[in-house]
Write a protein that binds this ligand. Structure first.
Ligand code: DMJ
Length: 673
């Protein structure tokens, strides 16, 4: 304490502080005592001197600080631990893949093998980010699943997997864009795809939705519903009595076998997709996955199995994005290749897909011209998808060879070609019907498929149509219907197969793609004729072949039918052309004509217990003589074209993006117009 009295006494002053303490407490006197016992006693005394309130406040403060201390210790420890772990993980990752750092490995999806057999249903894009973009989807099990949420990468294996997952996640994102909405209403093929060339390397992805997927769906109308009902009825018969077999025999409630490859089922796959028949599609898909056996000692026809099976699998792959169908397409494609091992490289008609051997029919070494020139769309697409050139090479060689052959008549080809010499045989007969029909169709369609660059195909097509105009067109009496007849050794025959009714649609497609406008005019007159082949017949259904009257005779219509030709096999060609005509003109009469035809199929060919049947006599409404067979193309083609004809959605298989094979299986155009 400061003492003023001492200062006033006069001696030099020394500033100091004194603290008055008890005898043991004098600092500097008696030495420094800092023993624990002394301190304890001292603190205790002081504590006792405090009031109860002061003691309570201090105790409370201590307790509060203790709680805070515990909390902050725990969280800092966690933070420290995770910093340590993360840096370890980063170190491991960089050791495995230098330069790669995983942004957030804990939520990456699991890896998937692209070609894995997905069991009962495809996991097309098995994982996707938690918040997907808006995509209308098909069946729920075609949908992308939510990511598995791993908590942390702990080991090197986890890290490697995460890297794979990262790559996969990128694939998934792209794949999402490539999955189309159910029903195919918004499908879109690959953009800017180059035609296959020697540079083919990467397998191509299936069609994608992209922008069109965001469009409002066009509602299904009454007529389309009627097609769906017809399809379901046909499918019921097939399912109940012929499941997994080639064709339904609806009256005897059994089946017939041709190749033993479930022909109807495969032919119908993409129709089900387009019609939106989800459950049926899923069931059929299971059969393809589990029961379709291609390693089979059986002779198949190269053309028929290409257009129906290979074509069906390829288009279903494009619509669904399901790699199962591409795998099966590759398999059948490879098994058909032995057909091309001939002296001329013009393929044999038949192949044993189990043994890998091929041969012509027993009675000849000829093949049919339409058959060897109507497998190109499918094999070319298979090359594009697989990156394996051999498929395209084989079929392109056939076309190049046929291009150079003599024996044509103004672009019209004979019906047979020899597999040894490579020359046309049976010269002098020209038709657009059986044995030649799809040669003409595929000239145009290959040109379109390849992006309109292959000029030889276009030349051959244009020349052939000129040949048709010059040699095969005539007008009937009394209604002056323009029809396509046949030429046999210089003699015109007024015979026209129903098969020729593909031609108006093909001509319209060519005109739509910029070819001569008079092709469209011809298409309009020819489709009227094809419609009359139905309308002038008692059942309203066309026979297989008609003969047109060239001279007016009292009481005679334009169309005459011979007893041997009056069957109807539920063929698609007229409905196919009606579809093209409606798409390109918007004239509703084409839809009305198709509607009449559907009603007549229902009236005369529908079997109550399920299925539709071919009939023997289109001229007898009271007994059309059912044949007890439902051809696979009724589901693959006829009902599909009906459904498309009645639709007002031009994006439901957009014709600037897809080209139909001759069995109505849509394949992408490589370079869209
Ligand atoms: C189908 O297999 C194909 O359309 C082929 O081009 C011709 N024959 C039938 C349908 O009629």
């Amino acid at each position: 304490m400061y003492s003023g009295a001492a200062a006033a006494a006069g001696p030099p002053r020394r500033d100091f502080i004194s603290v008055t303490l008890g005898p043991e407490e004098v600092v500097g006197v008696g030495g420094y005592n800092n023993s624990k016992a002394w301190r304890r006693r001292s603190c205790w005394r002081k504590w006792k001197q405090l009031s109860r309130l002061q003691r309570s406040v201090i105790l409370f403060l201590f307790a509060f600080l203790a709680v805070c201390g515990v909390i902050s210790y725990t969280s800092m420890g966690e933070a420290w631990k995770s910093i340590t772990n993360k840096s370890l993980d980063d170190q491991r990752t960089e050791q495995e893949i230098p330069g790669l750092k995983l942004a957030n490995p804990a939520v990456l999806p699991a890896p998937q093998k692209a070609d894995a057999n997905h069991g009962d249903y495809p996991e097309l894009s098995p994982q996707k980010p938690p918040k997907p973009p808006h995509v209308r989807r098909g069946p729920s099990n075609l949908q992308i699943k939510a990511p598995r949420r791993d908590t942390r990468l702990k080991t090197q294996r986890d890290t490697i997997r995460a890297v794979e997952e990262l790559v996969q996640a990128d694939k998934v994102e792209k794949m999402e864009k490539s999955i189309i909405s159910w029903r195919g209403a918004v499908i879109e093929p690959d953009q800017s795809t180059e035609p296959p060339s020697s540079k083919i390397k990467e397998p191509k992805k299936p069609s994608s939705v992209e922008a069109e997927d965001l469009k409002e769906p066009v509602p299904i109308n009454e007529r389309q519903l009627a097609v769906i009902e017809a399809f379901r009825h046909a499918w019921k018969g097939y399912k109940d009595f012929a499941w997994g077999h080639d064709e339904l025999k609806p009256l005897s409630k059994s089946y017939s076998e041709w190749f033993g490859l479930g022909l109807t089922l495969i032919d119908a796959l993409d129709t089900m997709w387009i019609l939106g028949l989800k459950e049926e599609f899923e069931e059929a898909r299971k059969w393809v996955a589990n029961d379709l056996v291609l390693d089979k000692n059986v002779d198949v026809n190269l053309f028929e199995s290409t257009i129906r099976i290979l074509g069906g699998l390829l288009s279903t792959y494009h619509l669904s994005g399901d790699s199962l169908f591409l795998e099966k397409a590759k398999d059948i494609g490879n098994r058909l290749m032995p057909a091309f091992k001939t002296p001329s490289k013009i393929p044999y008609s038949d192949v044993n897909i189990g043994r890998g051997t091929a041969h012509p029919p027993r009675w000849t070494s000829d093949s049919t011209v339409a058959e060897v020139t109507s497998i190109q769309l499918e094999f070319r697409e298979l090359s594009r998808l697989t990156g394996d050139e051999k498929f395209q090479k084989a079929v392109d060689e056939v076309m190049k060879h046929v291009h150079t052959l003599s024996g044509k008549n103004d672009g019209l080809v004979p019906m047979f070609i020899n597999t040894n010499s490579g020359q046309f045989t049976h010269l002098g007969v020209y038709t657009l019907g059986a044995r030649a029909d799809s040669y003409y169709e595929y000239l145009l369609k290959q040109w379109i498929q390849g992006g309109k660059k292959e000029n030889e195909l276009l030349e051959d097509y244009m020349r052939a149509i000129e040949g048709v105009k010059k040699h095969l067109l005539q007008r009937s009496e009394p209604r002056k219907l323009t029809f396509v007849g046949e030429l046999a050794h210089g003699h015109f025959s007024a015979k026209m197969d129903h098969l020729v009714c593909f031609l108006p649609g093909t001509l319209a497609l060519g005109a739509h793609n910029g070819l001569a406008a008079d092709h469209m005019k011809l298409a309009e007159t020819l489709i009227e004729t094809c419609y009359q082949m139905y309308a002038q017949v008692e059942t309203g259904l066309s026979p297989e072949i008609v003969h047109f009257n060239l001279h007016a005779q009292k009481g005679h219509k334009d169309v005459e039918i011979k007893p041997a030709d009056r069957h109807n096999l539920l063929r698609p060609e007229t409905v196919e052309s009606l579809f093209y005509m409606y798409r390109f003109t918007g004239d509703k009469k084409y839809q009305d004509w198709g509607w009449e035809i559907l009603q007549n199929f229902n009236k005369y060919t529908r079997v109550p217990t399920g299925g539709y049947t071919s009939i023997n006599n289109v001229q007898n409404p009271s007994n059309p003589e059912p044949r007890d067979k439902m051809e696979s193309f009724f589901l693959g083609e006829t009902l599909k074209y009906m459904f498309l004809l009645f639709s007002d959605d031009i994006d439901l298989i957009n014709l600037d993006k897809y080209v139909f094979n001759t069995e109505a299986h849509p394949l992408p155009i490589w370079v869209p117009a």
